[in-house]
Design a protein around this ligand. Sequence first.
Ligand code: C2E
Ligand code: MG
Ligand code: MG
Length: 631
Amino acid sequence: MWNLSFAIPALLILLVILAFYFSLPRLTVRRNRVFLQMVIIETIVMISDLVSSHMDNNYQDYDNWLITLLNMFFFIAFYTRSLIMYAFNVSVLDKRKNDSAMVVQLVRTPYYFSVLMALFSPFTRLVFYIDDTGYHSGSLYNILYMCAFFYLILSYLLFVVKRNNLKRKRERYCLFLYNFIVATGLIVRILLPRMLLMDTFVLMAIVAVYLAFENPEYSLELRGAIFNSRALREYIEENIGHFKHRCLGVTVHKYHEMRDIYGTKQMDEGLFLIARYLTRTFKGCNVFYYRRGRYIILCPKDSDFRKMCETVAERFKKAWRAEGVELYLDVGFATIEISNDIDSSDIILNTIASALVMADNMDSIVPVEITDTEILQTERETSVKRSLEAAIENKAVEVFLQPLISAEDGTVVGAEALSRIRDPQGKIIPPSIFIPIAENNGRINELGEQVFEKTCEFMKENDLEAMGVRWINVNLSPVQFMRSDLGERYASIAAKYGVNPGMIHLEITEDSMIDDNFLQKQIQAMEGKGFKFVLDDYGTGYSNLSRLKKCPFINIKLDMGLVWAYCKEPDAILPNMINAFRSMNFGITSEGIEDENMAEEMRRLGCDFLQGFYYSKPIPMDEFVRKYSKA
Ligand code: C2E
Ligand code: MG
Ligand code: MG
């Protein structure tokens, strides 16, 4: 006799979960789909368990074929539940599932086998059979446990390998608990087969994952009217590489100002009304709230953005009635085409966020359009940023040296230190790409300091005289130059390595010369510590001679653009300029010397030093030592 006293309450509790689950919006991601399948299959298992057990108990009252059919149904549902419970593990641990069809079928083989055995059992009597004395288990009844344990073991293996994909500890614990409860349920079932306790355990397992993963609070916002940014991330992560959507962003203009004007409570109500309006208006789409008055609509590929924007803009012409106040709000739009070449959800989310910031600054219903190329540009920038962060943190910024050559006799007299970083594949990223990024995010200070320190270290540890090197030029970004503590910091680094600051020439560009007073003060302060200054890239900015006169540069480097232009088509400008500099007692370096003729020409015009690929490209420090140390 089967005891139904645990199975019936379990079924009732499950029905409550089902009713609640259906009453809330659910994101169409695999995890939710599998969870739903799990709850449904569990309901089926419970009902078929109860009905077939009842029939088994009262077998005299029913036809044999009906009892057989229901038992067969129960067995198949039981196997299916094991498979789906495993699938739930996959859905949370392996979001970007890319198993081949063969692997999937291989994993399902025990399931197919078990189902076949159940289907043929009326003939083979291997799993179960019904005769005049009622229900009996067959000799291969234990297939049921083998199938269940097979999927449990797979679940544990997957958990061990991929548990770090779960960012939250609670999620990890709950998933472990979920599989543990199922295992316990199976053991209890083996020990107490008549109690029908398995369903109660499965229900406990379902509650565990419901609380950890499926709680609607986690993915909804604005009183449950709309999905939140966490849901957006999950959705993007799952669809990356095979996006079938277009993305429309809607942003409420001047969100913070509007909050101040209308009040927090009223504004929250307004945002809720907008959320409800958008979800109801764009039914075939997924609508997300992306914080601070910004909404994201992911819609089918063939959606008409123009019409959608017009519809929304039209609605915003009317007030939103919230908490007794009429809110008059403006909106901006952005469209983002998400290419399937992009494989990072961070990049997609960053692009969406910056598109919405742009849209916030535009008072037009014409959307800001972000295309594939722009996203890829952001992607490249993000990956450079990552390499830059890594290089700075790991003190892995490399310093290459390019020789400075005496125009008089062609010997090495100095060198310029030029920084390099590498991408994860070890390929060099040129400074023209990472310096502007470092300047924008403030990391240039640490980067510059690292280059300076490594240069000092090089000067301490090598015999500069043997290489003919009398000084080394180090570049200073305008951002660094503006720091009032620059002199102290650099002087203390030079002192740490026992390097004479006079042997370091700091290169600044005209971008550092915006504020004349500060320039004078800073240069004087630095000169007080012994450093010398060189003006880099002359000819790319707007300095006039009278301004230069006030600056105590020891040398002016002519930008290679200027040098190339002259060598291609000589005129009187460059020679006059050089003469003027010479009369002002500036030394002169010519950059970008690529061949003998250029070198000859610049020497003839009166340059003191030459720098360029003709002599050497910038090379790693150890190579520089090998190449230029005289035996
Ligand atoms: P820059 O200071 O004017 O450095 C000279 C640049 O011209 C170097 O590029 C060098 O490789 C290149 N160059 C030298 N001779 C030739 C030549 O004959 N032909 C050609 N086509 N190019 C030549 P690089 O190393 O890519 O550096 C680019 C710029 O990045 C530098 O221009 C400098 O402004 C900046 N930079 C490099 N390292 C640092 C650094 O540590 N700190 C700061 N703030 N800026 C740096
Ligand atoms: Mg330079
Ligand atoms: Mg230069």
